[in-house]
Write a protein that binds this ligand. Sequence first.
Ligand SMILES: Nc1ncnc2c1ncn2[C@@H]1O[C@H](COP(=O)(O)OP(=O)(O)O)[C@@H](O)[C@H]1O
Ligand SMILES: [Mg+2]
Length: 510
Amino acid sequence: MSSEIPAIHITHAGKAYGATIALDDVSISVRPGTVHALLGENGAGKSTIVKVLSGLVSPDSGDIEIFGKAAQLWSPREAHRLGIQTAFQEMTLVRNLTVLDNMLIPEAPVGLSGMMSRGKARQSVAAHFHDMGLNDIHLDDEIGDLDLAVRQKIEIARAVYRKPRILLLDEPTSALSGPDVDWLGNVIRGLKRQGTTVVFISHRLREVRDFCDELTILRGGKHVASGNVADYEDADVVRMIAGRSLIHSFPPRAEQRHEIGREVLRADRVGTEGKLREASFSLREGEILGVAGLQGMGQLDLFLTAFGAMPLARGHFEVDGQTVAIASPKDAISARIGISLVPEERKTEGLFLRLSGKHNATVPIIERFTRFGLIDKDREDEAVSEAFSRVEVDHRALWSRADSFSGGNQQKIAIAKWLLTESHILMVYDPTRGIDVGTKNELYQLMRAYAEAGGAVVFYSTEIPELVHLADRVLVFYAGSVAAELAGAELTEENILGVALGSGSKASAA
Ligand SMILES: Nc1ncnc2c1ncn2[C@@H]1O[C@H](COP(=O)(O)OP(=O)(O)O)[C@@H](O)[C@H]1O
Ligand SMILES: [Mg+2]
């Protein structure tokens, strides 16, 4: 083993962004043909390693060898030439192009006589999707119309299509649930059989155990540990990631069940032209209403239509007992209605990445800080500071561009934004996807505090334990409608999963 040439060998890598040290003297070695987990809290430096190896970010110091040869990874093209392909955390598919076009950028496969014909390219991509078990993806669909999970699978399929010797997967499963995670497991095992080296980033230890041979842990830009996955207990890994003993915990429910107040939102047989057939429910002050369901079961449409981001085709909503028309997000966040949404894909929908954290937080309510068309900067600063301290976002975030924040901080800013609007109904769609344990706990506490202060929360999560521990009741979506409403002793992981998978055993409870 000592004579083996590593697939990736990074020595003493350093990278700073202004005052932020993203990588601090990091050395990592990845054995060829292995699957290597790269672990660490948000902001630990994982994506920076991935970007360095993909030729997107040049380190300030350090050396990189790929299969024993010194590499100058000064561009993605050079990384590709060395056989390195990446499925990025941000996902790099172009929204207004088709699946096929995306598969073919930045470079179409080249035949002996130059460019492949489009027909040939199409056949080749179709064959590749078939091999990868992705027959249900249509090559002519526009990326922007597809679910996040489908886009994530295409991002992965594209990297694999280019036949990498080294495949980098940056948090691919944070957008995937159950069966899709199994799908990825099969893809990784298949690549490993062919000798491909894989670097896999995930916050889920079960996946690390299932997919990976070795692991490396980073914390605050520093290398903490590397070794065989089998040699570490979960508790050790968590401790090394967090840098302190931290048991994943949910905030306790209030001693006495808090008063569930008056009805603030009612959905009466609402449906869309998309995936939502019909849903009815009532939401009360002080309540966290959980929503469960596999991808594409209609729950996303429910969130979008209640936020005015998708037209309602049937039924109606009532807010505070009045029937309301929610034709746009502007209607939704208006004082009259007061519904806000922290959407699934915060990177593109919740935040405008080039704006500073402060501006992101105030965009929806800019009028409140505006007098005679001028923004009252002091009032804005004060209100944003206060909202940021409630969500524990570093105050430097006030003037940094949103795209420089870690995912956890981006998510917290998305929530701060809604605290500022003083909405009383907060809808959150899978907010903890891809967020480290520490930040997750803060988000749980935020939702609890919001409900206990008299707000009402509608909370979709792909993490079933979150629903069991945080929600008062859970609506389980299946095939476009509410298949069951679970509460009390019936609110268990097994029951939620059973209904979500269509077993129907609890369907009568609705
Ligand atoms: N383009 C950038 N500009 C400024 N800071 C950045 C940039 N990219 C990353 N950072 C910072 O570098 C640190 C490491 O980030 P990253 O590698 O993305 O972490 P991880 O992927 O482990 O969550 C974080 O503090 C992050 O805010
Ligand atoms: Mg990252």
